[in-house]
Design a protein around this ligand. Structure first.
Ligand code: GLN
Length: 539
């Protein structure tokens, strides 16, 4: 028998408009392959010139997703990890900015020996090098690569050109192109239109790429005649035009693709046989819980970017995972922290069964968040604080219980007389040079007989971080005497990782971001216990 050559590559492009779920489709297809026994890695190519999304506004870009190695990445990597259940590395997110910085850096060092530097071949070579690097370092059998934006954008041209070249370099039989498009619905005639799809495929073909599969997205059912039409105009086999109607839950997407045999079709193209039968039991359970929940719960999420829910993507998903696994449907009440300061939004806080303060930076809305925390503490409402949400829980405690009304984080008040949250002494010098963050995976030891320990049932855990400030150790003893427990800390005991309150049904804050490690079928222990406390309160 002929030996199969790995890896196989699947490239995803988008047409017509963005935000039609190309990233989700890529993630779901990764799952299709994983369910069939293949190893998968996935990479996002972002066309913008920023070097990474770490410093981009959440308003423009949504959440910054953090990986084990500390890479600050596009939120699509969160979908990838949640769907494929892999731990990705910094190589999985490439931006045009990184590519240009690398090439220009080399040019400055004279590495091109005075040659002319151009998009083709120097930039495209660097793009290809980075794609092949992911393949090499992951040893995955399938390498999935998603190009951000839509075909026709000026910025993404070098990416498309690189993919075209790669198909040539690697061999036609080892590369599969999937194009995700949108079929607009014309209200007056009740029709779905394929013309924009035809144009976007036309544009792609003018770049030398004919897709092997089209994912046709729509809010309305797509008749077979329309698939035929797309097939005819776009030169894609009708079987490979996959209709994907907007799902109620994003966790339905793999099942929708399964229903259309997408996994098998891709394997057929590569002349591969599945190694095992996909098992969707866990996914079906979640979807069933979403459709037939036993409980309905409301969680107030108090943040400053609440207008854009994408800014809290992983928190939103982690809440869903924990709730659905306990047959509860969660409604998130989006509470604007700045408005709470003006006394707007308290009705939402009062109607919530649980309160969550997520991560954040900068002073805007801080006092609103602290007020919400006071409310949760006094009224014994289950509370979960993530990163900033933990720091503010400590500030609130110092102000109210230790009678230090001026207690604050030096992030918000540099000359507070009671800097309960502060930079570590050895960090201060670094900050003078522009600042640095504690990023990525760090171990945390848990104290027995605490809520944290009860949640994890483990002595040592590893969690992802993205912050600069820490609980100030000078005040730890005082806080502990007054009833705050530091139930998680760094192995050397220097950094407080988890804070919780004794006399409260559930008031827990973590300096790390548990939301990044939650999976649909494996909710994060802290989120699970938070939701358990919420359900216990209402039942
Ligand atoms: N701004 C805080 C810090 O830098 C919290 C960061 C966060 O919530 N991710 O420490």
């Amino acid at each position: 028998m002929k030996e199969v050559i790995y890896p196989k590559y699947i490239f995803f492009t988008g047409g017509v408009i963005s935000s039609v779920g190309k990233g989700l489709t890529a993630a779901a297809i990764g799952r299709e392959l994983k369910e069939r026994g293949f190893s998968v890695v996935i990479q996002k190519l972002d066309p913008y010139l920023n070097v990474d999304p770490g410093t981009m506004s959440p308003y423009q870009h949504g959440e910054v997703f953090v990986l084990d190695d500390g890479a600050e990445t596009d939120l699509d990597l969160g979908h990838y990890e949640r769907f494929i259940d892999n731990r990705l590395t910094k190589e999985s997110n490439m931006t045009s900015g990184q590519v240009y910085a690398e090439v220009i850096g080399k040019e400055r060092k004279g590495e091109y020996l005075g040659g002319t530097i151009q998009v083709i071949p120097q930039i495209t070579d660097e793009i290809k090098r980075r794609i092949l690097l992911v393949a090499e370092s992951s040893h995955a059998e399938f390498v999935l690569v998603e190009v951000g934006g839509t075909v026709g954008d000026i910025e993404s041209l070098p990416f498309l050109e690189s993919l075209r070249q790669l198909r040539r370099d690697i061999g036609q039989n080892n590369v599969f192109f999937i194009h995700a498009t949108w079929l607009p619905h014309i209200g007056a005639t009740g029709e779905l239109k394929t013309k924009p799809t035809q144009h976007s495929v036309g544009e792609l073909r003018s770049r030398g790429i004919t897709p092997n599969m089209i994912i046709a997205r729509s809010d309305y059912p797509i008749e077979d005649a329309l698939r035929e039409k797309i097939s005819l105009f776009c030169d894609v086999d009708c079987d490979y035009v996959i209709p994907v109607i907007t799902a109620q839950s994003l966790y339905e997407v793999p099942l929708l693709l399964e229903a259309h045999g997408v996994g098998e079709k891709i394997l057929d193209f590569f002349k591969l046989k599945r190694r095992r039968k996909p098992d969707w039991t866990d996914w079906e359970k979640i979807i069933d819980a979403e459709k037939n929940p036993t409980h309905h719960i409301k969680i107030a999420l108090v943040g400053k970017y609440v207008e854009l829910h994408d800014a809290y993507m992983s928190v939103k998903e982690a809440l869903k995972h924990a709730s659905l696994n306990q047959k509860a449907k969660v409604e998130i009440l989006w509470v604007h922290s700045g408005k709470l300061e003006e006394n707007i939004g308290w009705d939402l806080i009062q109607s919530a069964d649980g309160i969550l303060v997520p991560g954040g930076f900068g002073h805007r809305g801080i006092e609103g968040k602290i007020k919400a925390i006071t409310y949760a503490r006094k009224n014994k409402i289950p509370y979960l604080g993530l990163c900033l949400g933990m720091q503010l829980m400590v500030v609130e405690f110092a102000r109210s219980i230790l009678n230090q009304p001026e207690a604050n984080s030096t992030e918000f008040s540099e000359d507070t007389p009671y800097p309960i949250i502060d930079l570590m002494p050895d960090q201060k010098n670094i900050t003078d040079k522009g600042g640095t963050m504690r990023l990525g995976l760090y171990p945390c030891f848990l104290k027995k007989d605490t809520r944290a320990y009860a949640a994890y049932s483990q002595e040592c855990v590893e969690e992802r971080h993205r912050h600069r400030y820490e609980v100030n150790n000078i005040y730890r003893e005082e806080l502990e005497k007054a009833g705050m427990i530091f139930s998680g800390q760094s192995p050397d005991g220097v950094l407080a990782e988890i804070a919780e309150l004794k006399d409260h049904p559930f008031m827990v804050g973590s300096q790390f971001h548990p939301e990044f490690l939650s999976r649909p079928n494996r909710p994060h222990p802290l989120f699970s216990d938070f939701i358990k406390a919420v359900i216990a309160r209402i039942t």
